[in-house]
Design a protein around this ligand. Structure first.
Ligand code: CTP
Length: 372
């Protein structure tokens, strides 16, 4: 048996959520969610040629191996939000497909497609909203239950060029005027990552102008006058955390950053305090920073120094190494670092210096500082 045989044999299996939306929009999907109308664990236990790899009875999910391939299959489930802004509580596993889809964020994500018949299950006019490029929540409490949906809305608007329907925009504005900051910021961070990794000026201006940024800070933030999308585009391949370039301009205090992210933000803040008067200062300031911090400096200061570093100064390095110094009779010591620093300063003044000239300068430096 392979998964297609399974899809064609049973009439209670559905593609669900984002994948159905993506099929209708004709966009590739990031992942394919499959749901059994009923209890997925019991369903899979009764299948032939299906190896259960892992089950999570609390969520009603099961990981199976069918014909050497791994699949995650969910049960239909009903959820409530007893603690607003936090993970929902599952109140029923094995509910109807209708109850499963109407707990979701936007109508475009509340679609299911029967794997056997191909029938699209659409209780909330999700297809019409896809056609009209509209993002519409399913009920008025949606953002109160789960404010990460506001960021999700921005993500889908950016990805598909959709916009919020009028009533949904009012609900969003109302929530943003009265935010409950006791929320799960891990989920918020995940959504910010996927939204701002899309590298979009439009998303950022909506984030700021519509005051969505208030979800992560109580400060007042202005939109920087800078084409960030273009800047990020220029260095895109070298950047691991595109999202953080946008979000560090706002505030990261409420987000749980990892070590690398913390360093990016701290270095950026330190850079802003520095007085970079010459090329040597610039190189020394930026050389141990991640590119995200350097670009954040550029966006904030807009003085061209970060670009000069990335496009030019960064390439200028002494050619001589420790072995060369040994060969000219300088015994290995902490002084090597000082000599390389001196050569760097000279090379920044005159990038045409040859290796021989560098060695001569090193020798002179060594002689002049012998007893220091
Ligand atoms: N969902 C929701 N509320 C959330 C997160 C998810 O209702 N805060 C529902 C939506 O129906 C969504 C589905 O769970 O389609 C799967 O979630 P996820 O994989 O995060 O969303 P996708 O829509 O698949 O988004 P992406 O394409 O970015 O993966």
């Amino acid at each position: 048996m392979n998964i297609i045989d399974l899809y064609e044999k049973y009439d209670n299996l559905y593609y669900i959520g984002g994948v159905v939306r993506d099929i209708l929009i004709k966009m590739p999907s990031q992942d394919v969610d499959i749901t059994v109308e009923g209890n997925a664990i019991e369903f899979c236990e009764n299948l032939e040629d299906c190896e259960i790899v892992q089950t999570n009875p609390d969520f009603g999910t099961v990981r199976v191996k069918i014909n050497k391939q791994i699949y995650d299959i969910a049960s239909t489930r009903k959820e409530i939000y007893p603690q607003k802004g936090h993970l929902p509580k599952i109140v029923e596993i094995g509910c109807s497909i209708k109850d499963d889809v109407i707990r979701r964020d936007f109508t475009i994500n509340a679609l299911a497609k029967n794997t056997k018949t191909g029938e699209i299950i659409d209780y909330v006019n999700g297809r019409e909203d896809i056609q009209n490029k509209k993002l519409r929540v399913l009920h008025d409490e949606s953002f109160i239950d789960d404010p990460t949906r506001i960021i999700r809305g921005l993500k889908f608007a950016t990805r598909f060029g959709f916009s919020l329907d009028e009533h949904t925009k009012i609900l969003q504005d109302n929530y943003l005027k009265n935010i409950n900051y006791d929320m799960c910021y891990k989920r918020m961070k995940d959504e910010l990552i996927s939204t701002f990794n899309l590298n979009s000026n439009k998303a950022f201006s909506t984030f700021i102008n519509d005051k969505i940024y208030k979800l992560i800070t109580e400060k007042e933030i202005k939109l920087p006058d800078y084409d960030i999308q273009n800047l990020v585009g220029k260095y895109y391949k070298k950047i691991n955390n595109v999202w953080l370039i946008y979000i560090a301009l706002v505030d990261t205090e409420k987000l749980e950053l990892n070590k690398t992210e913390i360093k990016i933000v701290e270095d950026y803040k330190n850079l802003l305090e520095m007085d970079l008067t010459n090329d040597y200062d610039i190189v020394k300031a930026f050389e141990n920073c991640e590119i995200e911090s350097i670009l954040l400096y550029e966006i904030t200061k807009n003085d061209g120094k970060a670009i000069k570093y990335l496009d030019k100064l960064n390439e200028i390095k002494p050619e001589i190494n420790g072995n060369d110094l040994k060969q000219i009779g300088v015994p290995p010591s902490e002084k090597y670092a000082k000599i390389f620093d001196y050569i760097l300063q000279e090379k920044l003044k005159n990038p045409e210096l040859t290796k021989m000239e560098e060695l001569e300068l090193a020798q002179k430096y060594e002689k002049n500082t012998k007893n220091m």
